[in-house]
Design a protein around this ligand. Sequence first.
Ligand code: ADP
Length: 309
Amino acid sequence: MKVGIVGAGMVGSAAGFAIAMRGGAREVVFVDRNAALAQAQAEDIGHAVPFAHPVKLGAGDYEVLAGAGIVILAAGVAQKPGESRLSLLARNAEVFSEVIARVRQHAPDALLIVASNPVDIMTEVAQRASGLPPERVIGTGTLLDSARFRALLAGHLGVAAHSVHGFVLGEHGDSEVLAWSSARVGAEPLDRIALQLGVAITEEVRAKIDAGVRQAAYRIIAGKGATWYGIGAGLARLVQAIRDDQRAVMSVSIRSPEVAGIADVALSLPRVIGAAGVVSTLVPSLDDGEWAALKRSAEVLKDSTAGLW
Ligand code: ADP
């Protein structure tokens, strides 16, 4: 499969690198309004290929996207000093709509993956601008937050993160919801596994893991300015699930008709990912508090887009 990446900054290039290291595509092409950057990323990642998988790297204007099965949108628009959130959003939406029109022109059959922030809103912008069905416009959403949740819980319990199943739902942001009540280790609920392993999962532990997940991006940004490896790897994983029609269950964001009583909102739920994009959405088993938190998260997203369309 050929994968296009629009936006060859830290996130876009980390995705390209992760795809090359995993052998996730036959060809990866970069497009960026900074053409020299796109070219340089393609060349640099191309030099990793002899140590990795046979992936062909390229860069250029939007024409290079021709034949792509997936296009990742990782173009970032920085906030201007003093700019309001809604004004930034409106500007982002405008830039994104232009980018999407050009992507659609050259890669009409491509499924879109949205990585630009605020990702849930950009996913809705991309879906509206592209006119594609919602299941073909997938935002990374809480894909990375769920990975962080699993990793922190696994570390606490002393088991592999791969054996921990749990999701972060809702907005990729402050209102996101850690679905503690449906988390499993192996096939066991948390209280049972904690008992069997002799490791307590107290309120204090939960609060620490919750903060660890919720504040991860802030911590990393404080240390290195931005985050890119985690999301890059997540994007490569998502690409493989689509390319191989894996039917893998991941928490990703798509525009959804109704979530927790809130109509028409893009946010993350556990979804089955295959060649057609989101093949189905799973209804998580949550307790009352978690449903209420998910509803609040949906409301936060709805409110933040009020006046945008
Ligand atoms: P991030 O950390 O989100 O990757 P960066 O600033 O490193 O942020 O990268 C964003 C990239 O998106 C930059 O290389 C920038 O040139 C590119 N970009 C921004 N706007 C557009 C656009 N309209 N079309 C194509 N690329 C864009």
